[in-house]
Design a binder for this molecule. Structure first.
Ligand code: AMP
Length: 184
């Protein structure tokens, strides 16, 4: 079983991913977390990714696809995975289709969280995780990048009936129950 948590920055993907991990006993794969760890450890991938992340831009597709393909070779993903923050472009989505086909863990079910923009900005600026990209300028740029490059990914999945839209506002547990109700 593969689940993609989809939505703009601040939509609650990480929060809901943690709850899904508990419920479905699937591993969590957050490309943002992988990059932040790589930056901290000053690895070659981290060095490549840092300037993009600090600018609120997307890390180049091939860099992202390569780290995901490599990560998914690990046996912990043998039954599938909860993707958080990936795919963020149509190219990444098409690449993931091929990777999942190769692994035979099933098509991904996409949970798209919707939250009004003012609320997204408020959440990101108040989350206090000390992220270098959680500034007012950073979040505004990431939202613009989301609209331009990431929003079209939803159509890629919706056209094939793989996407469910979930209202991402209100109580965290209520949102989680909405998600569980649409997962098969
Ligand atoms: P996140 O933690 O998912 O908000 O990701 C933080 C930042 O890491 C993003 O703003 C991008 O710069 C980069 N990033 C994470 N995932 C991806 C991805 N799938 N494609 C491109 N860049 C990504």
């Amino acid at each position: 079983m593969n689940i993609i948590l989809f939505g703009p920055p601040g939509a609650g993907k990480g929060t809901q991913a943690a709850k899904l991990v508990e419920e479905y006993k699937l591993p969590h794969l957050s490309t943002g977390n992988i990059f932040r760890a790589a930056i901290k450890n000053e690895t070659p991938v981290g060095l490549k990714a840092k300037s993009y992340i600090d600018a609120g831009e997307l890390v180049p597709d091939q860099v992202v696809v390569d780290i995901v393909a490599e990560a998914l070779e690990d046996d912990i993903y043998a039954n599938g995975c909860i993707f958080d923050g990936f795919p963020r472009t149509v190219f990444q989505a098409e690449s993931l289709d091929k990777i999942l086909e190769k692994h035979g863990t099933g098509d991904a079910q996409v949970i798209a969280l919707t939250v009004p923009e003012e609320e997204l900005i408020r959440r990101v600026l108040s989350r206090g995780e000390g992220r270098s990209d959680d500034t007012e300028e950073g979040i505004k740029n990431r939202l613009a990048v989301y609209q331009k490059e990431t929003a079209p990914v939803l159509a890629h999945y919706a056209n094939r009936g793989q996407a469910k839209i979930i209202e991402g506002t209100g109580d965290v547990n209520d949102i989680f129950n909405r998600i569980k109700a649409v997962l098969s």
